[in-house]
Structures are given as structure tokens and as C-alpha cells.
Write a protein that binds this ligand. Structure first.
Ligand code: ADP
Ligand code: MG
Length: 351
């Protein structure tokens, strides 16, 4: 019988993979999600379908678990705060509050003396005219954006008329970086001065959605080392518990910027499932549930390919070699731009 029970808010592929990791550690999982078709219910011990503001359903969830975590950041702060009054939510709700709003996220990073892209808050259309100096830029909704959703590229202000932007929401306008590379740092923090960092992961996006990730990243060691320092500063400042991802940009002049923080396991870290002794998912569960920290060991180099929309179809019937690992997230419906699965290919580390 499992002795501990972890509650997971959100039932997508990240939730599924957290459940698989917890099972391996003999920890019971209860997934709570507002999608009745959430794929994680296949992997969890229990599943509760409910709205994130449904206090009765949430109480049922609270009663079943010892500790709570989440697989995505767009969960209302009041929900996390309410749960946290009875069962500890890790990483703590205040962190989610900072990170789920692009403006407070970037303000926080700059407060840590860490570079981000230049940005301003846009509350109405006329704010754009006052910030022409940031164009070409990307206009992003402050909340609820992911996989490039809610983002508009603005090459010149005349284009605005054609974009049909809903200015009842708050936006952030960010200067476009002339990108050389993108990469991410995944870190798991267990407590004060105790954290582990995975090898930096080089990422390629298509249409603002992650398409390829690989280790090792072909990036200057000094830049990677600075990025690891920055990720550690961020995790310490937040007093973070669990797995965290920091996404980075490098521009053509080799300047480093933090793009954003994900207070959770991250798509770019899927390759840790097959290339490390302990994956980002297992490490997250270990940290959140207060288990011991096991020394990380990279076993293989790896690359991951995201299968988006109907790209998954031919992969479902393919034969795979021993070094290829295909994951089908089991989502009921194929939709354009929806992450449906991924393939990881591992290679021996050459010495
Ligand atoms: P999401 O929350 O959807 O992941 P991001 O802010 O990470 O949003 O943007 C998604 C992708 O869009 C980035 O990984 C990058 O490829 C591109 N992008 C976003 N902001 C900028 C920028 N300021 N300059 C250049 N490219 C950007
Ligand atoms: Mg991103």
C-alpha cells in the first residue's frame, strides 16, 4: 500500500508522466482536472473531474491527498491558495501567481538582476503608439498564453488594424530578439541550497511551438554556465520546491536573456525520461513528496521530436529501434497545433 498520496492539478501529458513517475516511487496519485477526457486519468490512481473553482469538488480532492502540485501554471491563484490552507501546495502558490502573469514574471526576473527582453505593459491600443521604439515586437496576452497562443508579431504599427486584437485584456509588448539559439535549463530544488541541474537543452521552435530538443546543446560553455547560475538564483529567490524550467534566448551578439519561467516540469525535459537515471518527472515527485535526492547521472545523449497535430498519425504504426522511444499522449482528438506525442532518440555518449 502506498504511504503517501500526491494530488496533481491538471491532467494533460505532463500530469500523465508525473503519475507514471509517482507509481514507480510507490506514491498514490489523484489527478484533478476540468477536462473530463484528460489523458492523465489513465495513469492516475484516482481522477476527479471538476472546475478549478468548484469548492465542493476541490474539498473532495483535498481530503484524498497529502500534498499537492500542478502540471501547468494557469490554475487560478485562489484555487491554489485555498488548497494550501489544508494541504501544502508545492511549488507554493505565490510562485505561480508571479509566473502566470507575463508582466509580473518579467518584473521579478529583472528584480533578480537578470536580463529579459525589453518590454512594456499594454493596457490600451494607444499604449502601442507610445512604444514604437520596441517595434518589431511581439504582443503577448499577459495571462493564459501557451505554445504561442495569444501572441501577435508586429513588424510595424500599421499592421495593427488587420490583427483584430481584443484590448479588453492586458498585454505585454516585447522587443523581438534576433535569435541565434534557444535553450532551457531544468532544475529540481529540494530545499535550501539543495538543487540539481540537468544538462542544458537546446530547443528549436516552429510557429512558436517547441518542435525539437537535444542534449548536448551546441552552445558556448560560458553562456551555459551563466544560464545555470541564473536558474539557481531564480529558484533560490522563489524558495522553489520541485522541478522548474527556465527558457533562454541567445541573440546574434551572444547576449543571454531569460525568456520565461515554467514553474513545473517542461516539454523540453521529456528527453530526461530516457537519457537520465532520474527524469524531471521523478525528480519533481521526489522533491514535492520530500523523498531523498539521488545523484543525477546522464546515461545517453538524446534528441526529442514533438509530434504536433496530425504529425502523430504515421508514428502510431511505425516500428521503432531499441534507441527510439515513442510516446502517444492518448488525447481523444487530433487538433492543429495540439501536442499529441513525442519521439525521443538516444545515442551513446562518446568519450
Ligand atoms: P509560450 O508561453 O507560448 O511558450 P514564449 O514567450 O515562450 O511563449 O514564446 C514562444 C516562442 O516564440 C519562443 O520560444 C520564441 O521562439 C518565440 N519568441 C517569443 N518571444 C520572442 C521575442 N521577444 N523575440 C524573439 N522570439 C520570441
Ligand atoms: Mg515558452
Amino acid at each position: 500500500m502506498p504511504e503517501q498520496s500526491v494530488g496533481i492539478l491538471g491532467g494533460g501529458q505532463l500530469g500523465s508522466l508525473l503519475c507514471v513517475a509517482a507509481k514507480k516511487l510507490n506514491i498514490k496519485t489523484v489527478v484533478y482536472c476540468d477536462d473530463k477526457d484528460a489523458p492523465a486519468q489513465i495513469y492516475s490512481d484516482e481522477f476527479i473531474f471538476g472546475n478549478y473553482k468548484d469548492k465542493i469538488k476541490l474539498q473532495e480532492f483535498i481530503n484524498k491527498v497529502d500534498v499537492v502540485t500542478y502540471e501547468f501554471e494557469n490554475i487560478p491563484f485562489i484555487t491554489l491558495d485555498l488548497i494550501n490552507q489544508s494541504k501544502e501546495v508545492k511549488p507554493k502558490p505565490e510562485i505561480n501567481k508571479i509566473v502566470q502573469h507575463r508582466l509580473s514574471e518579467k518584473d521579478f526576473i529583472n528584480k533578480c538582476n537578470i536580463r529579459t527582453t525589453q518590454y512594456v505593459s499594454i493596457k490600451q491600443k494607444t499604449d502601442l503608439n507610445a512604444n514604437v521604439k520596441l517595434v518589431p515586437s511581439i504582443l503577448k496576452t499577459c495571462i493564459l498564453g501557451y505554445d504561442g497562443k495569444g501572441q501577435y508579431r508586429i513588424n510595424n504599427l500599421n499592421e495593427l488594424e488587420n490583427l483584430n486584437i481584443d484590448f479588453s485584456q492586458e498585454y505585454i509588448l516585447e522587443k523581438i530578439i534576433n535569435l541565434k539559439k534557444e535553450f532551457s535549463i531544468i532544475l529540481t530544488r529540494f530545499g535550501h541550497s539543495v538543487h540539481q541541474i540537468y544538462e542544458p537543452i537546446e530547443n528549436e521552435h516552429e510557429n512558436q511551438i517547441l518542435k525539437y530538443s537535444k542534449i548536448p546543446a551546441i552552445i558556448d560553455e560560458r553562456i551555459l554556465s551563466k544560464a545555470k547560475d541564473w536558474a539557481s538564483i531564480i529558484a533560490d529567490d522563489l524558495d522553489y520546491i520541485g522541478t522548474l524550467c527556465v527558457e533562454y534566448f541567445i541573440d546574434k551578439n551572444d547576449n543571454l536573456y531569460v525568456n520565461e519561467i515554467a514553474p513545473r516540469v517542461h516539454n523540453s525535459g521529456h528527453l530526461t525520461l530516457n537519457s537520465y537515471n532520474i527524469s524531471q518527472f521523478e525528480n519533481h515527485i521526489r522533491a514535492v513528496c520530500g523523498l531523498e535526492k539521488v545523484e543525477l547521472k546522464k546515461l545517453y545523449n538524446a534528441q526529442m521530436i514533438n509530434l504536433i497535430g496530425d504529425q502523430i498519425v504515421p508514428y502510431r504504426s511505425k516500428k521503432y529501434s531499441d534507441n527510439e522511444f515513442f510516446f502517444d499522449y492518448g488525447k481523444k482528438e487530433i487538433k492543429p497545433n495540439r501536442k499529441m506525442g513525442h519521439l525521443t532518440i538516444i545515442q551513446k555518449i562518446s568519450v
